[in-house]
Design a protein around this ligand. Structure first.
Ligand SMILES: Nc1nc2c(ncn2[C@@H]2O[C@H](COP(=O)(O)OP(=O)(O)OP(=O)(O)O)[C@@H](O)[C@H]2O)c(=O)[nH]1
Ligand SMILES: [Mg+2]
Length: 280
């Protein structure tokens, strides 16, 4: 599968972020806990130079808890602060604000030494599309100021959001990078909806998912869908369509809808908590 996708608004967004970075004290880098490696944009990693840096493993409610713990210790061993959350859940907010205070303590002490009192921390919220940047921003501010949605590219421009007297957030559009290092990165990003659904063949992606699931989480597919895990590739979508009773007008099985439903079930967690990547 060959996915190359870098729409114009992303070029503009990264340029804009590079201009605004001068104002920023802290980069909050949002990753999808289920694909913590592929969802790390190397261009965002570069922006963190000289800034406080916090990694959020978001959508942890949908991820494999054991692997999420492995990722947290992986980042901590590299000297990075990382936190796993479901950013829709306001119960997590204190955990996040405490961590923000921890990683910006040095900056605040520096301010004090220079006689600057109570200057708010300015944080850039950055990440790939659809990872939950706006959701986290809204949860932190307690207001629905930023538009959210379960497709990539919902946020089109930057937006400053005031959280409290100590913290201002800059919500930004999701950005990818022009060239993925391997085809698997593109596949994983597409599987979790970071790349628009019209960029790749849904049926092809469904087969990618089938192989990953049967390999990494044997038994999951048969228990959720009641289908065999030893089907030939060519029979998978028919089996799902049959199980879900997805028929076209002429009575044929609707393989395309079966593929779409399979991907939706992955993204929404109906296939259970899972993660596709582990730290090296
Ligand atoms: N289960 C779960 N869903 C989440 C979480 N965070 C965000 N979502 C959902 O993920 C989808 C995308 O969220 P957004 O906040 O719009 O993501 P974004 O990163 O701002 O996306 P763009 O602006 O398109 O780049 C929405 O349907 C959210 O409800 C989370 O921690 N857990
Ligand atoms: Mg957004």
């Amino acid at each position: 599968m060959n996915i190359q996708w870098y729409p114009g608004h992303m070029t503009r967004a990264i340029r804009q972020i590079k201009e605004d970075i001068k104002l920023i004290d802290l980069v909050i880098e949002i990753l999808d806990a289920r694909i913590a490696a592929s969802s790390r944009n190397p261009e965002i990693k570069e922006l963190t130079n000289g800034k406080s840096h916090l990694i959020i493993l978001n959508k942890a409610d949908l991820a494999d808890d054991a692997l999420t713990r492995d990722w947290i210790s992986f980042f901590e061993k590299k000297g990075l602060s990382a936190l796993a959350v479901d950013s829709r859940d306001r119960k997590n907010i204190k955990k996040i604000t405490d961590k923000v205070a921890e990683v910006t303590a040095e900056k605040r002490q520096r301010d004090l030494r220079r006689g600057i009192k109570n200057r708010p921390v300015r944080a850039l919220v950055a990440g790939i599309p659809n990872v939950g940047k706006s959701t986290l921003t809204n949860s932190l501010s307690g207001r629905k100021s930023a538009k959210t949605g379960d497709k990539p590219g919902v946020t089109k421009g930057k937006q400053w959001i005031h959280v409290n007297k100590g913290l201002d957030l800059l919500d930004t559009p999701g950005i990818l990078w022009p060239k993925f290092s391997d085809h698997r990165t593109g596949e994983h990003l597409a599987l979790f909806g970071a790349i628009a659904d019209n960029v790749f063949e849904r049926e092809e992606l469904a087969l990618v998912l089938y192989h990953i699931l049967t390999e990494e989480y044997p038994g999951r597919l048969s228990s959720v869908y009641h289908i065999s895990e030893e089907l030939d590739d060519k029979d998978l979508l028919d089996a799902i369509a049959e199980e879900k009773n997805l028929l076209l007008a002429e009575g044929r099985l609707d393989r395309r809808r079966a593929a779409g439903l399979f991907l939706d079930d992955l993204r929404s967690g109906r296939l259970g908590k899972l993660s596709l990547e582990r730290p090296e």
